[in-house]
Design a protein. Structure first.
Length: 318
């Protein structure tokens, strides 16, 4: 292989929904919705505006299983080695971002990049903490998401963990409207001893830091000899087709968003097979048909659905 002389490699971003904290492929439709949104954000919030990537070099594909691939084929970037590619991923993940410095420039209207991202999203984080303090409907789910993101980020940085009780104490500080307004304006000194935790939450909240949840698989991006699934091939764990589609269809709010669960099945769609569910619980969708199933349930499904369920190990033929 060394004698062949390496010429270059595509720049590939691999996003898998099962890498997200609190997300499971057992709710397959919801997982795909979330990771499709993240793939859209990766391009429109990072690759295009911050790196100047040009859509003419981009190929977007559904991976055939749990996510999406963004292939970037600009000849001027083929030469990038693994370390240069790692730096791209590190920036996307927000590793080494000076959050406190960004807050110092909080009211700078010319702020760009991470400073702007922090400035725009901190009010959202504060709203989440306020909801936790007020014990609003859905506050338990908000707490779970914040804690999972925080735990992942602290582990990555080698810091000691913080539990939900610590987040709740911080959240209670936002019951005071004046303090809430001050922090929204970047005056985090009003949080006293809780400043550190707030900064850690800023770095770990997925609404602020796209990569904090690890959506883009660094190993794939930095591997300059990686073989990736080719469009039209079938994924061995689902039977679904690796499907190419236009960039604009990543946007869930466009007129015709990509729908893997309608477009990536290649086998028969007429119900003709009986299967028995063998997992405790799962949410499934095949075209417009949704199934919320438990172990022992029996379904009459299409060839595509039976193939998917069998390969996933979620059902057996009866």
């Amino acid at each position: 292989m060394d004698e062949k002389i390496w010429q270059g490699a595509d720049l590939i971003f691999d996003l898998d929904g099962d890498h997200l904290p609190g997300v499971t492929d057992r709710d397959f439709p919801a997982m795909l919705d979330v990771i499709q949104e993240q793939a859209h954000s990766l391009w429109h919030d990072f690759l295009q505006p911050e790196f100047g990537f040009d859509e003419q070099f981009l190929q977007v594909t559904f991976s055939g299983h749990r996510g999406f691939h963004l292939h970037y084929r600009d000849p001027s970037l083929f030469h990038l080695d693994s370390e240069a590619r790692r730096e791209l991923v590190s920036h996307i993940r927000g590793e080494g971002v000076d959050v406190q410095g960004g807050l110092t420039r909080f009211n700078d209207a010319t702020a760009k990049g991470w400073t702007k991202r922090i400035r725009m999203q901190i009010p959202t984080l504060i709203d989440k903490l306020t909801a936790i303090a007020q014990e609003d409907e859905g506050s338990s789910a908000i707490m779970k998401d914040l804690h999972l993101g925080l735990k992942s980020n602290l582990q990555r940085e080698g810091k000691p963990g913080k539990g939900p009780a610590s987040i709740k104490k911080l959240a209670d500080m936002f019951l005071h409207e004046e303090r809430r307004t001050s922090v929204v304006n970047g005056q985090i000194s009003r949080l006293g001893a809780h400043q550190g935790l707030f900064l850690d939450l800023v770095k770990s909240d997925a609404s602020i830091v796209l990569g904090a949840a690890g959506e883009t698989d660094e190993v794939v991006t930095i591997d300059v000899r990686r073989q990736i699934r080719w469009p039209t091939s079938l994924h061995g764990k689902t039977g679904m087709r690796v499907t190419e589609f236009p960039l604009n269809r990543l946007d869930a709010d466009c007129g015709n968003p990509f729908d893997a669960l309608s477009e990536a099945f290649v086998f028969g769609k007429d119900n003709a097979f009986d299967v028995e569910i063998v997992v405790d619980d799962a949410v499934l969708r095949f075209d417009e048909t949704v199934h919320d199933v438990s172990k022992g349930d029996q379904l009459h499904v299409s060839e595509s659905a039976a193939t998917f369920l069998s390969l996933k190990g979620w059902a057996k033929m009866v």
